[in-house]
Design a protein around this ligand. Structure first.
Ligand SMILES: Cc1cc2nc3c(=O)[nH]c(=O)nc-3n(C[C@H](O)[C@H](O)[C@H](O)COP(=O)(O)OP(=O)(O)OC[C@H]3O[C@@H](n4cnc5c(N)ncnc54)[C@H](O)[C@@H]3O)c2cc1C
Length: 391
């Protein structure tokens, strides 16, 4: 039976709860809002399945050294909605178009960040965009298993720990399943996100749209964008946006993220995806149009075949080591645990997100002025020019 001595021993993937043959494991939220397995010891039959499938205890086998591609969707409208080059959403669309199933992360009720099963093309529009919060996996692993065993073609996208957990849970190699993991910085808790949503709704009314990485000011000026039912909208970078600030300060991540066991170049997935910030440095003559590219590492022949045959992906094969050294540092390194992590969630509980940010990493008047100047330059139509001049 899984008995956690330290929070750092659990990534919250749900493999243990999904594999338990007597359903005696429940994922329960702790004070910080992260879920951990709680075992009903009276019901446990000591089969040890939970330990066998735990990806922290048993890391699934990795592939060979991957091939790297710089990629983006050909669909310019979709590209604008996606975080980088829209690779996952494009693959999901292709899968669903051909009768398959896509599992990805969407906003559910009250903007809860959760994994969802998608079989209708109309629902693909829920997928674009990274949501920088640990997603609620719910009972998704069992649904994936059923779909795969029913012979359906399935694509699943998640953090490296979620993908490793799913792989262990499924056990056997599955030809009809494509696993995609992200390069993951680390995940803040859903409780933080909930308190942020409550705060902005208190100030501006019902939230209608959220995008952690909007391209409204271009791919290279990453901003959080929110729109409200009232028609009002706001954008802000990690300099001034409370939620982005918490994420990029690394003060709110799940404890295991500070020493993540899944930080490797070769992985158990079929594809690994991350931001292609340095696109023009990989491909001769490529112009940076500031619309975003994704880097894909193909971790298996199946993954490589899939992307090479995807009709709506633009692909350039690039050097893997260069891709890792320029853009993939977070593929191999965990974020550092800042001193502020120790009191972050206690302060959040006592004083809310606004006061917590002001107490731990305050937003200055200068920050607001820099942010405002970006909007003024954008309105004047010269933000891109100034960005290019500043290199
Ligand atoms: C928590 C988190 C941290 C990240 N950290 C980094 C980083 O440090 N460096 C880097 O280069 N890239 C990072 N990424 C990946 C990056 O943000 C892009 O997701 C990636 O470049 C793919 O972009 P895309 O346009 O191809 O994806 P899109 O087509 O926009 O699809 C994004 C897909 O990502 C999945 N996803 C979104 N949110 C989550 C979530 N909370 N949990 C699991 N899966 C999710 C969904 O299935 C979603 O459909 C991170 C992503 C997440 C979710």
């Amino acid at each position: 039976m899984i008995e956690l001595q330290r929070k750092e021993e659990c990534c919250g993937c749900t493999a243990c709860a999904s594999a338990c043959p007597v359903n005696c494991i429940e994922m329960q939220e702790d004070q910080e809002g992260f879920k951990y397995p709680q075992i009903n010891k009276d019901q446990c039959i000591n089969c040890h399945k939970c330990e066998t499938v735990c990806p922290v205890i048993n890391r699934p086998v990795q592939g060979e050294k991957p091939t790297a591609f710089l990629a983006r969707t050909k669909d310019t409208e979709l590209l604008q909605k996606c975080t980088s080059g829209g690779v996952f959403t494009e693959i999901a669309r292709e899968m669903v178009e051909h009768g398959g199933i896509a599992y990805g992360v969407v906003y559910g009720e009250k903007f809860k960040v959760q994994h969802e099963r998608i079989e209708d093309l109309a629902d693909i529009e829920k997928l674009p965009g990274s949501k920088y919060v640990q997603s609620d996996v719910g009972k998704i692993f069992s649904q994936v298993k059923k779909d795969v065993e029913d012979g359906k073609r399935v694509v699943f996208c998640g953090t490296p720990c979620q993908v490793a957990g799913l792989k262990n849970f499924l056990g056997k190699k599955r030809d009809n399943l494509l696993l995609i993991d992200l390069v993951c910085h680390g995940v803040p808790s859903p409780k933080l996100w909930k308190s942020y949503v409550e705060l902005i709704e208190e100030k501006h009314g019902e939230l209608a749209y959220a995008n952690f990485r909007s391209k409204r000011l271009g791919y290279h000026v990453s901003v959080m964008e929110e729109r409200f039912a009232s028609g009002k909208s706001q954008i802000g970078s990690a300099r001034t946006n409370l939620m982005s600030k918490c994420f990029f300060q690394n003060a709110a991540d799940r404890p295991i993220c500070y020493d993540c066991p899944f930080k490797t170049i070769s992985r158990c997935s079929d594809l690994t995806i991350f931001d292609g910030w340095h696109a023009t440095e990989y491909v001769d003559g490529l112009k940076d149009d500031d619309k975003g590219y994704t880097i894909i590492l193909t971790q298996s022949e199946k993954g490589k075949r899939f992307v090479e045959n995807a009709k709506d992906l633009i692909l350039y094969e690039i050097d893997t080591d260069r891709a890792i050294s320029l853009d993939g540092k977070m593929a191999v390194a965990s974020v550092l645990r800042p001193a502020s992590r120790a009191e972050f969630y206690e302060l959040l509980e006592q004083r809310g997100i606004e006061d917590t940010v002001q107490a731990l990493f305050p937003i200055s008047k200068k920050d607001y002025m820099i942010e405002k100047s970006k909007l003024i330059l954008d309105k004047a139509g010269i933000l891109q020019k100034v960005k290019r001049m500043r290199g």
